[in-house]
Each structure stands twice: as structure tokens, then as C-alpha cells.
Design a protein around this ligand. Structure first.
Ligand SMILES: [Zn+2]
Length: 162
């Protein structure tokens, strides 16, 4: 993915992409986002959905703690009114594999919302050309694309293995 687009993702979701500064022994994110520009919107929306969910959950939790203190509920002192904090997740690898996007987190997070969002985005990517962003008739080919899909795929792989 071209630098300009990667920068938009890094600037919009600094927490999610925090691990990109680490070494190649620690994370594959040091290679950047290893897929074509055509998946930019799918990736942007996935990151947005995940980060907003985490932020909202943590804001609700913080607010519930404040409310608890000010309202002095004896029996509910430890309940947080049912709100739970949510752990921040970090992207460890973002690449193309078998014509689909792969979005790997640093530690597997079994939160059903996050699992569902990633699963949806990965499936959607199979039907969108990662090079031109158009919807494909068949998941494995995109004949109308001006980019030589195999060449571009190789290019992305080479970039990834630099
Ligand atoms: Zn295409």
C-alpha cells in the first residue's frame, strides 16, 4: 500500500498501529501494510469500528466508576453498573493471502465484537480487487483491472520481505 495511505491509517489509529515501530523479531508490522491500495477503505473502516468500540467501552466504564463514587451505592460498589473495561488491541500483521486480506492482532482477542468485525472485513476483501478497489466477479481474478494482478501481488510480497 502506498505510503500516503498507510500514513492516514497510522495517524487515525495510532494505538492500533503502535507496534509498527518495533523490530522484525517482534512484529511483522515493521514492514508496513502489505497489500494493495484497493483495500484501504475496508481496512480504515475495520480499524474505525474496532477502536471506537474499545474507546466507547472504556469511557462508559470510567463514567460508571465516577457515578458509583458520587452516588454511594453500598451494594453496588463493585458492580460498575455492568460496564467492563476493554483491552486495547494491536495490529501485528496486515497482508494479502489467497486473494483475501489478513488482519492479525498481537494477542488473540476473543471479544466477539472484534472477532466478528475482522471476520466480516476479511470476507469482504475477497470480493474487492486490492489493486484497483473494484468489485470482482470471481474472488481469484480481476480481468478488467489495468494492474497485472500477479505482478502486483509479487511486488507486494517483495515489499513485505524486504
Ligand atoms: Zn483490479
Amino acid at each position: 500500500m502506498r505510503k500516503e495511505l498507510q500514513e492516514i491509517l497510522y495517524e487515525s489509529f495510532p494505538k492500533l498501529f503502535e507496534r509498527r515501530h518495533l523490530s522484525k523479531q517482534e512484529t511483522a508490522m515493521c514492514y508496513g501494510i502489505s497489500c494493495g491500495d484497493g483495500w484501504f477503505s475496508i481496512i480504515y473502516n475495520l480499524c474505525d469500528v474496532i477502536q471506537s468500540k474499545i474507546d466507547q467501552a472504556n469511557i462508559s466504564y470510567e463514567n460508571s466508576l465516577v457515578r458509583q463514587e458520587s452516588e454511594d451505592f453500598d451494594e453496588e460498589k463493585t458492580s460498575s453498573f455492568g460496564y467492563r473495561p476493554m483491552k486495547q488491541v494491536y495490529v501485528d500483521q496486515l497482508k494479502s493471502k489467497f486473494n483475501g486480506m489478513r488482519f492479525y492482532l498481537h494477542e488473540y482477542n476473543c471479544d466477539p465484537f472484534i472477532v466478528g468485525a475482522i471476520s466480516m472485513a476479511e470476507r469482504q476483501s475477497r470480493w474487492v480487487c486490492q489493486h484497483c478497489g473494484e468489485v470482482k466477479v470471481h474472488p481469484s481474478t480481476h480481468d478488467s483491472c489495468k494492474t497485472d494482478v500477479n505482478q502486483a501481488w509479487l511486488k507486494e510480497r517483495t515489499k513485505e520481505n524486504l
